[in-house]
Design a protein around this ligand. Sequence first.
Ligand SMILES: [Zn+2]
Ligand SMILES: [Zn+2]
Length: 772
Amino acid sequence: MNLTFRISILSDYHIGAGYGKGVIDSVILKDKDGLPTIRGTTLTGLLRQGMWELLQLNLLSGHRKCGQSGASGNSYCIDDDRGSLCPVCRILGSPKHPKIWKISSARVEKPSILKSGKILWRNRVNPRIRTAEERKLFSEETLGGKMDFSFTVANESDDKDALEEAAFIVAAFRMIRNIGASRRRGKGQCRFHLINISPDSFKEDGDIENKMLEIFKIKWLENKEINIIEKDEQINQKLEKFSAKKSFNLILLTKEPLLIASRNESGNRFQSIDYIPGYTILGALAWKVANKCDLTEETIYNKFIRLFRRGGIKVSPLYPCLRIYDDIYPTVPSPLDFLTCKLYLGFKENGGHGVKGFAIDKDEPKKCNECLNEGLETPLEPLNKFVPLYPEPKTVDVDKREEMHITIDPKTGRTRTGDLFSYTVIESGQYFMGTIEIENWDDFVNLCGIDDSQGAVSFELRIGKASSRGYGLGQVWLNEADTQITFLGKPIEKRINLTQPITMTLITDTILVDRWGRFYSTLNKEILEQILGVEVEEVFNTYVKTKNIDGFNAHLGLPKWRDCAIAAGTSIGFKIKDVESNNEIIERFKELEERGIGLRRNEGFGRVAFNHPLYDKNKDVSVRINLPEYMRVSRREEKIKNFERRWHNYLTENLKGDTFSQDEWRDEWRAVSRWLRENSKMAIDDITGMFRDFHRPEKIIDMVASKQPHREKKIFLNDESKGKYGQDLLMKVFEELSNKLKNENDTIREYLKTRAIEMLADYIESLREVEE
Ligand SMILES: [Zn+2]
Ligand SMILES: [Zn+2]
């Protein structure tokens, strides 16, 4: 069930603080396109507040059952039965019950009419070190009045429980009258309205919001039963259909930032890893099914177990894709024996000192040859990047970003010390690719509620941490393909000659155990012979890394276990003993590539490659995948994003130092920053003109004075030291901006220019504030 709400903002509002118990709230309110957004966390906090206020009404006193709903005793409901929980625990979850309603971030409904000049950002994050001081996180971000946002609240299920909860959610949101940090001072007046509901079967004649409030009255105020028709029958019938195995490339486009915490969380810092593990995908799919289907029903439960617990689905990790226009190419982690110059990293074609694999090279040089020619002794180090299966040498980086979050104490409304979180998230708008094999396609389709009648299979999937709070939404596309060559490029026959040295590379993390169940943490001749089942004449070089792996399946309540794995990229160079039956050995190697080695192979562990085509510069490799229309990121969005990234980099590289923060002129620079922000729509030539004339004192004093009371009338920008220097810097910045915009088309140029000037203003302001 999907509820769409509209938030109508009736007056200016500030935002930047959170609400509710234990809610982690984002202070970042600009999405990747520079449009204001309200995070799902903030909305969850408001929902919690609205529910609390409702529950304090006398008529609803019977539903107060725990601390969450205002009763004394346990702080959460501890009953097993969902129907007997208080509405807060039912809807927002508790330690015992997962949260099943997902709240999206709210977006501005009509971005085109939004005047970008109205958005006043005060960024107190220090752009040089990209962190913020705790107290400064409360910087206001003021938004001009009267605009509409919309967001959705969704639940995979459409049953009666869901309808009852939906009615409560609608009523709770109607309680909310103010939004933002200064709401207690009457700012940020707003109204929430339900504007849509799906599936259509819930739509009836008349206003849907009134209909839901009617249900709220019957169920929650009068404690009577509501009547709806159950639809579970259909699912059961479909499940009986004939089934078959299918293999796909699984392509995921991140539609929201993604947070996949790796194990080395230290303190309040969550690190996101730069690929998506197979078990994370399996977990997300299992979660999708568990929310949709009634697992207490035996046949459904059995199918679920077959798919998710008995290896009925095999998923590889998803690695970032190389993208070229509307085509994508898979990548693999670079083999650990791919060494490069520590000073001039990367392939020669990309300006580095070159990359070479040394697994079959007995004499690995310890220094970079190119550097030696110039009399420099530079060590070699592993390339440590994702490398695509693409005919030209390239590397692929994952676009990441750091976000700050705070926890607010609901009683005092203040942040608790030490409750400042920093997450590194994978940015939205990126592609990841892996493979998935599904034993029983029809069971899968039915359990996941996927429509495969049109041929193309695509659906939304929420993955990773905080996936109900405005993070983790991905669009999945299952591209039916020969998944054997997705990561390997071409068939094994075209890669190996058994009389020659061979490199075996782990494409994914691999969990190997000896016959007593102990983890192997290395590879050597003996272990290699066990894996290959043939005699090895010689091992040349081994490049091994290990790591710890955690299990998935919080869902079934199974304990998490920890395995020690040999990391992807590990490679070993060897030569096999002369043997008669070459074909048999090739078949054996082929099977190892298809089946994988070691434990937990259905979660993507243990994929190996013999002589990966990377070692041969991807010769004759062809794995181009053309994106269908619905998987493409809009050009405009992408242009804006790229421009912002480049401009941000330019500013941080060129406006360093204390030019804009020295005490003497701090008020003046503030005035400049404000003036820029308020005149961001002015043509660059005019802005440049204003600054060129700065050395005439009357001009700047006039300009500054009109915005800000000015105590000492010193000749600001004419000052020979910092002021003049700052002026020169700004002139250069304007020139650079003109150049950068020359190549953009008319429709987007104006928008980008305004954004660029705003970013400049923010940047000057942030440099200034850091020094406070
Ligand atoms: Zn409760
Ligand atoms: Zn070098």
